[in-house]
Write a protein that binds this ligand. Structure first.
Ligand SMILES: *Cc1c(COP(=O)(O)O)cnc(C)c1O
Length: 498
């Protein structure tokens, strides 16, 4: 059985034919380097109140079937049931905690202790189902650029999945020690991990270049391989993320934190703009959202963009204590602009051409006004982020990681500036233990030998359980220790896919 309305996917840059969601998921990036977008954003197929008491996976299923209309209901059931199970350390999957000021949507209860698990635990299921539907029999090679968390979540999701190889590129000096250890100790004979001498933007650019290399594509096809992506440029990453905002709203009603119909603000610590875009999609589906608050660290290109309408990546790249947000080129913004421009791919192509040529572009007035209406942009310095972690622990006994703290700080600034007291949901994107050295310092703990000692010290002080995936990480063997220059990424892929 299929649902009635058929949603198709087109490239933001408009040069290719519309495809089904299965094809878009297999493809990852569109052939013209654009991103796949749904031609229409479906409305929610249910009332929030009718979802009270319904399990996370069933809400996710309902959201996904509105977008992935070419999948059968049985296929989608299998995907959601396979993904949202005991891999998560709570049956709630994404529980909500609250402090005196805000609700925290904890998205880090999956295997790798960051929100990337919410989508990457289901993407392999979606991809396998898509391959079967489209009768693709090539081996799929997943290329992934990571700012720290996507890499491990993708490795964990795809390890030993038949018919796939997974290759991850991470910035050698741009991830936390724990993040690096999680990746380089990954088991699975189809897993490949490379450090690159560069930052996340270099890794992402390298991956996009490999995707659009037609010669290389042909060579790989002759060997039986096809490339796809586990980054949020893949629509199969984005749609599962829409589900948790919807599910969170249901939980807030259940817990009596809001009444059905109340508006809420969403605060999202942002890097590649995937998570916050999912929040925007949720609002277009019918989630009552007042403001989408885009929180950045010192790499505040998005703050300036939202406030001025000019995207200007010509600035110093800063290495902060929230490495998963150390990004200057936020890919998913392209999708938002496509939607806000009314699907004007000519406009998008001009922006992206200017971005590539000059590192900047200026929005047309209408598009800028549309951003202004929905979004607020702010950023927090590393120093204030650390003060925030200290304060939240001391005053509320709530432990947050460096990324979530960026969100909370920007929200507190927003509240002072605007006086807005709309109930607010903050996307809590990682476990504090992933950034143990920084968090330990915020808690006033002494210097230690390594990341693992910090983990134990935080546990001792706070009593917050250590995520299963981070326990005994120091005892695991390092299985990946290769490094490449960004320019040699393609050679690494060529070598792996011999
Ligand atoms: C990936 C990540 C972010 C940024 O999310 P985007 O979807 O790239 O904007 C924020 N915090 C953490 C912990 C992350 O892993």
């Amino acid at each position: 059985m299929k649902v009635a309305d058929n949603i198709r996917y087109v490239s933001t840059r408009g040069n290719d034919d519309a495809v089904s969601s299965a094809q878009a998921i297999i493809q990852g990036l569109a052939p013209d380097k654009g991103l796949y977008v749904p031609t229409e954003i479906p409305k929610l197929s249910f009332k929030f109140t009718s979802m009270r008491g319904v399990a996370y996976r069933d809400i996710a299923y309902k959201v996904m079937r509105s977008f992935f209309t070419d999948f059968s209901l049985e296929e989608l059931h299998k995907c959601t049931a396979g993904a949202y199970d005991e891999k998560f350390d709570t049956p709630l999957i994404a529980p909500i905690a609250h402090t005196s000021e805000a609700e925290f949507l904890e998205l880090y209860h999956g295997r790798t202790a960051a929100f990337k698990d919410m989508a990457l635990s289901i993407l392999p299921y979606l991809l396998i189902a898509a391959l079967r539907k489209e009768r693709v029999d090539s081996t799929i090679a997943i290329l992934t650029a990571t700012s720290g968390d996507t890499g491990k979540a993708a490795l964990e999701g795809f390890a030993d999945v038949t018919g796939t190889e997974i290759i991850v590129f991470y910035p050698k000096r741009g991830v936390s020690e724990i993040q690096r250890m999680q990746m380089v100790t990954q088991r699975g004979k189809n897993t490949h991990v490379y450090g690159i001498q560069g930052n996340f933007d270099d890794a992402q650019r390298g991956v996009k270049d490999i995707f659009s290399d037609r010669e290389f594509e042909k060579a790989l096809a002759a060997r039986g391989y096809r490339l796809s992506s586990a980054n949020s440029i893949n629509i199969g990453r984005l749609v599962p993320q829409v589900a948790y905002y919807i599910a969170a709203y249901v939980r807030l009603i259940e817990n009596g934190r809001i009444k059905n119909g109340d508006k809420i603000n969403l605060v999202v610590p942002t890097g590649n703009f995937g998570n916050i875009l999912a929040g925007w999609y949720a609002s277009k589906m019918g989630l009552p959202v007042n403001k989408l608050i885009c929180a950045s660290n010192e790499n505040n290109v998005l703050t300036d963009f939202i406030n001025t309408g000019v995207y200007d990546a010509n600035r110093k790249f800063v290495t902060t204590s929230s490495p998963s947000m150390d990004i200057l080129i936020s890919s998913n913004l392209e999708r938002l602009l496509w939607h806000l421009s009314g699907g004007d791919s000519q406009e998008i192509k001009t922006y992206m051409k200017n971005l590539e040529r000059d590192g900047k572009y200026r929005l047309k007035p209408d598009t800028r006004a549309a951003i202004d209406e929905m979004f607020y942009g702010g950023y927090a310095s590393t120093r204030t982020v650390h003060q925030t972690i200290t304060k939240l622990w001391n005053e509320e006994h709530y432990l947050v990681d460096t990324h979530t703290a960026v969100g909370y700080k920007v929200y507190m600034d927003y509240k002072i500036k605007t006086g807005d007291d709309t109930p607010t949901l903050i996307a809590s994107t990682a476990s504090a233990y992933k950034f143990a050295d920084k968090v330990a310092a915020c808690l006033g703990l002494p210097k230690e030998e390594d990341g693992f000692a910090y983990i134990n010290a935080i546990k001792k002080k706070t009593g917050v359980p250590i995520p299963e995936g981070l326990r005994r990480l120091d005892k695991k063997a390092v299985l990946h220790n290769l490094n490449v220059k960004p320019a040699d990424m393609i050679r690494a892929v060529d070598y792996v896919l011999k």
